[in-house]
Design a protein around this ligand. Structure first.
Ligand SMILES: [Zn+2]
Length: 326
């Protein structure tokens, strides 16, 4: 079992939270336990968080079967390559239809295409696919991850060095990076303000932080509720709204340039939410891949969400925050 501690007050603004989802199981990676999620009663904040949450010294147990960092490039089977090719064509067609092709390139480069190459640090870099993309463009790249297997994949696949451990533990020098990026990382950490304060310390003055993270206020959470992929108990310690994420960045003395939400990868979250709904009540590991029909439904929902984003910037599946160190 994973040992826990209670957390009734919002980790961002301190307001008491109301219970939103209870008796959740990890239907993706089979970590033990029943989990519940509170929502901050302050409408201005709206953060979601686990209560009780895993104890920090027990959190490794939640990652024992976590494989998103494993190398998934081994699709040598002809049939699966063909299926992946058809799927990519469909995804491209949907993004074209929704006017998302520019944003697809933006997110693939973590919104750095307007900057000249410099030093980038990616926290939670996994197998360093993103860093390799930036390296090809002339950036000096450095990765951090807690997963040794991911680090060795990064070395073998791309000859990129990934340091193993937390950012606080690794103690990079002050003012040493032009950019720090975190893609689907901040929702996993116990003390986001401490992490961003450390990011602030290691960024050079004028340096940029880019964060991408699931959006608690998304259309997907509204529709799928307790089955929404973004909840991911017990590994997502908190799930942000744009305002809650802004508050954390402000507390770390960063200057916010932009906060918005995006639907560019929404189909991935939707189709995984269909899987979680289908597997309702189970916590054993099984086939967690979406069926083709679930992927198609996910793509249709991406079109809906992209349409809604033209009127409101709040409902995308992911939040993007871009901030600067003054
Ligand atoms: Zn709050």
């Amino acid at each position: 079992m994973i040992r826990t501690t209670d957390k009734q007050e919002c980790p961002v603004c301190g307001t008491q939270g109301e219970m939103l989802h209870d008796a959740l199981k990890d239907q993706l990676f089979g970590a033990p336990g029943d989990w519940s999620i509170r929502r901050c009663s302050s409408n201005a904040c709206g953060l979601l968080w686990l209560d009780p949450r895993p104890r920090e010294d027990d959190i490794a147990k939640a990652y024992q079967t976590y494989y998103t960092h494993a190398n998934s490039e081994k699709k040598s089977h002809v049939k699966s390559r063909f299926v992946a090719c058809i799927r990519d064509l469909m995804v491209n067609a949907v993004r074209c239809f929704c006017g998302q092709r520019t944003e697809e390139k933006d997110i693939a480069h973590m919104y750095l295409r307007d900057m000249p190459p410099g030093q980038v640090l990616d926290i939670g870099c996994g197998d360093a696919r993103f860093l390799n993309r930036m390296k090809q463009l002339g950036w000096a790249v450095q990765g951090v991850d807690f997963d040794a297997a991911a680090a060795s994949n990064a070395k073998n696949l791309y000859d990129i060095d990934v340091k193993i451990g937390t950012l606080e533990y690794l103690k990079f020098s002050e003012n040493s990076f032009d950019v720090v990026t975190m893609n689907h990382v901040i929702e996993h950490v116990f003390d986001p303000v401490a992490l961003l304060s450390e990011v602030h310390r290691i960024l050079r003055p004028g340096g940029r932080l880019v964060i991408v993270t699931p959006n608690a206020g998304s259309m997907g959470h509204r529709i799928f509720g307790r089955f929404w992929r973004g909840l991911e108990p017990p590994r997502h310690i908190q799930i942000f709204t744009p305002t809650a994420l802004e508050a954390v960045a402000n507390s770390a003395a960063l200057k916010i340039d932009k906060v918005f939400t995006t639907a560019v990868n929404a189909w991935i979250i939707f189709s995984a939410s269909f899987v979680i709904k289908r597997r309702n009540g189970t916590s054993t590991l099984g086939d967690v891949k979406p069926k083709r029909s679930e992927q198609i439904e996910g793509l249709k929902m991406q079109i809906t969400e992209a349409g809604r984003l033209k009127n409101s910037h709040a409902e995308g599946e992911e939040i993007v925050l871009i901030a600067t160190k003054n």
